[in-house]
Design a protein around this ligand. Structure first.
Ligand code: ZN
Length: 135
């Protein structure tokens, strides 16, 4: 792998990584970033890069997608408990809806979220897929 490609991947990881904060007072992990720590109500601290790994805490199967998401139904939106503690809501990918269960280990991936018709604008964002390493 060349240096240029390595740098490209690093930049991508920053852009799409789970960036939250860590509290300087109670050291609680915070996501998404905010002004006040939800754990101790102190001032929220410096940026913190989450591992992107966690487990399914609860989930909902979506059969009627909003405009722009129709090609994906049915899909699962899960409340994910990150390894560092915070909860995050995200769509699951690379999994059959019937295989989703509470406690399933998952990891973050960057995926295409939606397309805007003929202009072909594509919005990217994070989703979570089964974490096969720790599963
Ligand atoms: Zn705190």
């Amino acid at each position: 792998m060349t240096v240029e490609i390595a740098r490209h991947w690093r930049l991508k990881a920053q852009r799409y990584g789970l960036i939250g904060e860590v509290c300087p007072t109670c050291h609680g992990k915070i996501f998404p970033p905010r002004d006040v720590c939800p754990h101790c109500a102190g001032e929220a601290g410096p940026a913190f890069q989450f591992s992107g790994q966690g487990e399914v805490y609860s989930y909902t199967t979506i059969h009627n997608a909003p405009e722009g998401y129709e090609g994906n139904v049915p899909y699962v939106v899960a409340l994910i408990k990150l390894d560092e503690g915070p909860m995050i809501t995200a769509q699951l990918t690379d999994i059959d809806v019937a295989e989703v269960e509470i406690g399933l280990p998952v990891e973050m991936v960057t995926r295409k979220l939606m397309e805007h018709g003929e202009e072909g604008l594509i919005q990217y964002g994070y989703k979570f897929r089964p974490d096969l390493v720790t599963a």
